[in-house]
Design a protein around this ligand. Structure first.
Ligand SMILES: C[S@@+](CC[C@H](N)C(=O)[O-])C[C@H]1O[C@@H](n2cnc3c(N)ncnc32)[C@H](O)[C@@H]1O
Length: 335
């Protein structure tokens, strides 16, 4: 984790902050302690709604886009290699001073170290707490060295637009396609897609002329921007928000979801369970939730707690589709 390495990198002078100017921190882990940095100079670059809200509440400036210029940057390695490269290219183009890259051993830090070294001078890597931090040194023309690493929205699977770092960036998720294949032709009039990604499930449902509204709810602004490119149907309503707590202006007849079950690289089933609990709150009293998940994920007990009936509709290629009907009055009464 960043907080295990950053203070030593600053203290030892390995990461030498310029006296003035903004310091960009790309998507720090939620637990990362940034107190060793001067808060008034920090801009966090993050587009994941819950993290954005958390950092704002801590008093940080948070942006989705980079400013034109900054004095230094810290890139926390994301899960996606294409996103890591995009951030390095963007930082090299805008940051005049040192750029630190930090990641745990499993984050791909070793391979980005090798790849960046071929293009620009770097410091030695500082190793601690099962990870590494190294610095891209501020040299002239650094930005030009990384031109081929720039990336943005691009055509992805089946002609849909995707972008670096979004879920199922280059192929449609098997679980989502299993869910799409069992959804009824008339699922209901008002629908919510929780954790909609770049819009695969919503786009499919909007083929149906009987549907009045699809609420497309997604925490990643980049994924939501892709969904807005992929779905121009006026019945789609886009929400950048947290599927665990969002409220809609109207109850919906159906919720569909392929919930996330990772935080960073760690499996976290409580995340998906929170999606299911909130689905019960969003539905009409006779509403239905459709959820797809890896066979082993423990969602049934949560569903039984919040819905009157729960059935497994299909089990295919290691994915189960569960259908839960009639949110129980106990959970709805808590509103
Ligand atoms: C397994 S993916 C499914 C994406 C899409 N429905 C599909 O079928 O391709 C889960 C999605 O949930 C999003 N997500 C994760 N945590 C979220 C949260 N708290 N609120 C809303 N969306 C979230 C992720 O960014 C990701 O796009």
């Amino acid at each position: 984790m960043l907080s295990a390495r950053l203070p030593s990198a600053l203290e030892s002078g390995l990461f030498l902050l310029p006296e003035d100017g903004d310091i960009l921190i790309f998507a720090p882990e939620t637990e990362a302690d940034l107190s060793t940095l001067p808060k008034d100079r920090v801009i966090i670059i993050d587009d994941f709604y819950p993290n954005v809200e958390m950092r704002k509440a801590q008093g940080f400036r948070v942006q989705q886009q980079l400013p034109d210029q900054a004095a230094a940057a810290v890139i926390c390695m994301p899960r996606s290699k294409s996103l890591a490269r995009k951030w390095v290219a963007e930082a090299c183009a805008r940051v005049t001073g040192p750029i630190a890259i930090d990641g745990n051993k499993t984050s791909g830090i070793e391979s980005i170290l090798k790849a960046t070294r071929k293009l620009t001078p770097t410091s030695d890597a500082f190793s601690r707490a099962h990870g590494k931090l190294f610095i891209l040194l501020p040299v002239a023309q650094r930005g030009e060295a990384f031109t081929s690493w720039h990336a943005g929205m691009a055509p992805g699977p089946d002609g849909f637009t995707t972008a670096p770092g979004v879920f199922s960036e280059s192929k449609i998720d098997k679980g989502s396609s299993v869910l799409a294949s069992v959804l009824p032709s008339r699922p209901g009039r008002r629908i919510a897609d929780l954790g909609a990604g770049w819009g695969y499930l919503s786009a499919g449902m909007l083929q149906n002329p009987d549907i009045e509204t699809v609420h497309i709810i997604e925490a990643s602004k980049t994924a939501l921007d892709c969904a807005q490119k992929n779905i121009t149907d006026p019945r789609a309503k886009f929400h950048w928000g947290d599927a665990r707590s969002i409220r809609l202006s109207e109850p919906v007849d159906v919720v569909v979801t392929n919930p996330p079950f990772h935080v960073g690289r760690a499996a976290e089933p409580t995340l998906g369970q929170a999606f299911l609990t909130n689905a019960a709150e969003l539905l009409t009293p006779k509403g239905t939730l459709w959820v797809v998940a890896n066979q082993g994920l423990p969602y049934e007990a949560t569903l039984k707690e919040h819905f009157r009936t729960v059935d497994q509709v299909v089990l295919e290629s290691g994915f189960k589709v569960l259908k839960a009907m009639i949110p129980n009055t106990r959970s709805r009464a808590k509103r």
